[in-house]
Design a protein around this ligand. Sequence first.
Ligand code: GUN
Ligand code: FE
Length: 442
Amino acid sequence: MQGAYFSAADPDTVTYQADNLICIDNSGYIAAIVTPQDSDYAAILATAQKQDCLIQLSTQQVVLPGFIDLHIHAPQWPNAGVALDRPLEEWLNVYTFPLEAQYQDANFAQQVYADLVQELLAQGTTTALYFGSVHNQGNLALAQACLKYQQRGFIGKVVMDNPEQTPANYRDESAAQALQATQSFIEQLQQLNQTTRISLTPVITPRFLPSCSDEALAGLGQLAHHYNLPIQSHCSESDWENGYALQHYHQRDAQVLNRFGLLNNKAVMAHGTLLNEDDLNLFQQQGVAIAHCPISNVYFGNAILPTKTILQKQIKMGLGTDISGGYSASLYQNIRQAVISAHQRHDGVDGQINALNRGTQDEFLTIKNAFYLATLGGARSLQLPTGQIKVGCYADLQIVHNNWTTWQSETPAMRFEKLMYHTDKNNIDQVLVQGQIIQKKE
Ligand code: GUN
Ligand code: FE
């Protein structure tokens, strides 16, 4: 591939190259990056042209790493944009659980998941960490959709067995049944994974503390350890959830999850808007990642995540759409919201309502920071060699074009910012997952 690209090197640094050749090997890794100064540049370019495998970008186009959606509820896709004015508990019980219950119909699951996976790929998302539903047939349909449309999928069978916090038509029958179903999903997915080019990974998925019994939480901690698998859940997302842990366990959300062996360096915890300093220190110590879901948090989080502090503490963090707590499948939209929300954040000097308590420069997130979260931050959270245009990474790439009229000379830095603020799926021209073009506009 020949053309301009941007790639995050760390949270504050985005590198730009104008004319490098990105060489992709047969397994879909970036095998070499050749600069115009390299002596073999012309020969490699000529060979690729001769073999008819060169993707040559126009001056309007640029390559970016594919995005990683670090938190998304696949079965909630039909509700994206619905009932966002309701508080979390009501939104779950009245709108979300009844929809998720419908995925006992594997045919429905197959149709929705085919639509969702294609939409995410069209939005530039090449890897996703999915919450499925409680139903394994439906969850396998999601795996099949990833396989068919070639997206790297991390998929969890949702565990929710607490009859006090879940409806009768949508829950695991018992902790034992939930654990058994989780184990069987793990084994089925691992078997399927042996046949795939792009990996499918099962994920241990206690929905959140209110929906799980202690027995289920303990068993899931053991399964995570036994199979050495990633873990995902929601942690300190809202006043209600945070309060549930305090009331029920007399401990904080994070402490309880940790006690059950669910906070380790393969764990990704969504939201975390109400995590306190001790919780963040625990995350740092245990290597836990945070899936920041800035759009969803505006509606349900009851606070703005202190993203700048989290980056400074070097806690792993990526971006999630949280469909359908968030309305948009686009990580570009979430990049923008992450920056906007950080500008609105105010810790307040005195805890009083005060118009002068507002976001300060050191709390602001830059657009580079947010791009890092959608790419390398997500990759590091999942311990994956992706999210960067770099030798040894998967060639998970999106080719986008400027969709504005240029009225002045634009530096690469200006172009990068404008791309982050203006790109939508209409100007994503091609998407590659592990070296293969899986979406292409003519
Ligand atoms: N907490 C438990 N389940 C959910 C969910 O589906 N979405 C969000 N945003 N929070 C949750
Ligand atoms: Fe969520």
